[in-house]
Design a protein around this ligand. Sequence first.
Ligand SMILES: Nc1ncnc2c1ncn2[C@@H]1O[C@H](COP(=O)(O)OP(=O)(O)OP(=O)(O)O)[C@@H](O)[C@H]1O
Length: 916
Amino acid sequence: MASKSAEQRNRVQTALDRVRHQIGLVLGAAAGAREAAETEVSRLALEQEIVRVGMNQADAQQQTEWARHPAAHEVFASLGGVRSAFYTDWSAGPGALRDLVAAHAPGPAGRPPSEWLGRVGSNPGVTAPALWRAGSATAAGRDISRTFDVAVPLLDESHLAITSAPKTRPVVDALVQSLLMRVLSTFEPGAVKIHLWDVGQLTAILPDLYPLSRTSALSLYDPTRLEDLLDELAGHIRRIHATGMQAGHTSLRELRRATGQRLEPYRIAVLYGNGETLEPERARDLKRVASGALAAGICLILVDVPTTVSASVETLSLLDERRAISSMTGADLAVDLDPPLPSGQVIRAAGRIAEALIAKQGGPRSFADLMPAEPGLENSARELRAPVGFHEGEPVEVVIGDASPHALIGGPSGSGKTNFLYALLGSLAARYSPDELALYLLDFKEGVSFAGLAPGRKDASWLPHAKLVGVNVNTDREFGLALLRFLADELRRRSAAAKEHEVTNLADLREQDPAGHWPRIVAVIDEFQYLFAGRDQVTAQATQLLEDIARRGRSQGIHLVLASQDVAGIEAFWGKPAVFEQCTLRIAMPKARRVLAETNNAAVSAPKWHAVINHDSGVAHGNQLAHVPDASSRNVFVDLQHKLWERYAGRFARPRLFDGAHSPVLEQFPAYTELKPGARPKALLGQSIDVTEAACGVELPRAPGRNVAVLGGATAEALSIMDSAARSLARQYEPGAVEFLFSCPIEACAPAVLDLKDRLAAEGHSATLTDDLPAALTAMAGSLAGGPPRFLLLYGVDAALPTLEAKEIGQPKSALDHLRTLLKNGPGHGVHTLGWWRSIARLKDTLGFAGTDDIGTWAALDVQGNELTPFAAGQVVHWSPRPGRALFFDRTTHGAPEVIIPFQRPDADLAGGATP
Ligand SMILES: Nc1ncnc2c1ncn2[C@@H]1O[C@H](COP(=O)(O)OP(=O)(O)OP(=O)(O)O)[C@@H](O)[C@H]1O
């Protein structure tokens, strides 16, 4: 037992000894590792210290201290190796930097002033040098071969912050001036705008540049009103962002590359502060401007303006009157600033640039200047973009697209609205082919302002982009409604296609459906306020449709351009803010009121033949003033139209012209010329007020109620309707297959009726004019069944009533009773009555107790809407009678009555007077 426990103890002891041994080994290793790590730390600390101070920069005491370090030898050796390797590489450094600057700062951007100062630049500004020379620096050793150029990025690359040292203001001025002169001398005049603000002064900032201040290239700002400059810059940024970048580009530079055009000038704003922080509001504004500026081609040069901006900023801090530290070269190298440009030469150079700019801007621009070099090259998938005028010689564009989908144009009579529309249409039509742009043009004004865009008697050409031209529609608000309905239908068609292709906008739809025809549609409605001119159904429907199109048209490429004499037009929007708000593009002609935002008075001061173009819902920062060239004088637009017509007319159909001042001619209507004998005869009563050229017809099958009543005392219109109905019906029967029976107790109308009767007879039809209507009716009522189709054309039934009411002695029924029978039972047997009653009361007398069902269709002239209610299935009828128009209703096809235009009656001078 004892030996067993001793044995056990021994085993434990041995195990413990092993553990102790192991721990000892581990501890020993750890101590060794720690020692090694400490040595390494101390070596690295030494290395760091030497790098920080600089191997050659340490004083003797420091050197001795370093030498005492156990790792001194090793560290010096390794750093020496790195250093010599670096200098071996760096020997090529200055040369590489010189090449870099030469490549990225060409011409005036980097070359000595003697080579460029005084010459006017020619770079159009589509691209810009990346660097601009400020001085030079020399690498260690100050050996000339180690000198290289120091240049800073500006324009859309980076801002520049300069910090002065005591008494260095002249040096800073020279530096800024030479940078500005390099930029100004690089680009063609007008491509750069300089804005100068100095907290301490108004008039003496960079005085050598003053020759430029009489041009738009240089603007000065009140020392107490930094906000004016910041507001202006913020306005440019927002505008450029809205019009350019929303088309998918993130910066103006990208947009320039994509379009190959400069589009906007470069802007440099120089702000001289005094080293004190700006008041908080200004500082905030400055930060905001700085962060969006570069993408809009705006660069800030901040002198002694302490601020932190979240954008790319390079710095130059002056050490003394000749040297500065730059963020481009790091804190270890001092930049030797270039000497100032000779003052006299700068003044002369600035003067030359100013003269060149004035020469370039000078002279009024013409419509021809709006034209592109080559027509029809632009693509409208993303937007429509076209210059409409000029500001200081630079084109000012209108952009119609996702960001500014609809336009509102206002200006008092004679201010040039129509001319502006022509400038816009011409500029667009010249840039976009009719495959890219379709125009629907409507003018509610009296006159024919768009008529020339459709083929006319004097000029057969038309604008190939125009699909519809509506003129003299001031009384035909229904035509405006028809256009809006058409656009709403097109909107639905496009939405459905977009849904099918699983896209949400026109650009994507066009991409997904390359074979489809999806031009952008621009609908121009001049004096659009007429649409809302009554408290009626037209106004209600127009409002609803306009709102729908305004809201959803944006993504489907359907755009509205609404023009109006300001006050009237804008008042029309009261209670309809949706349309107004969607019109983010506002164009205010001089003295236009309410088109721009309330506090924006730019239109008040706009000179004659100018327009304020604003893509920001009229807020002041979006203002762009433009001189609009004369586009409406003789032959100006017409010349363009001829060119475009010759180019495209073969491929694109002529536009539909709706001219409210002219009655349509039946013989010119396909709906008439194409009629031929068939089973369902149709009487044409007039032209529909519609986007497509449609005739409005009444089908007269053998069915109850298929009679036509013409109602009202307007003789000319009534004769027209009866005439076109009879002639169109006659066309649908072989000669001898139909009978027409006429009656006309109104003496004045007799010649017209006789003429019509003779025409039909000449065509081979049986056509009779009876002077004994009672007998004729009695005979017809007795022989309803089995006869040929018959049409009873009764003119002035009201005048015939007394005779019809009289009962022949011994006869149980009067002729009126027979007429009632014919109205009731005739249609079922192919006997249809087309009757004209000059008053509704007389129609009611005619029908007696039979009710209104026997009059299935009617065309009302000068009668009141409320009188028509019983004949329109009880619905309230709104109708303001007007010459040359009728209200038409067909019980079997209509939900509500529609306005139609009776055709022009041949020989309208025969009785009844001329048709309107
Ligand atoms: N930019 C322009 N340059 C030269 N003439 C112009 C210019 N704009 C308009 N005009 C001329 O001024 C006259 C009136 O212009 P316009 O018909 O365009 O005005 P409006 O505002 O449409 O007027 P209204 O509403 O009365 O028709 C026309 O004779 C037109 O030729």
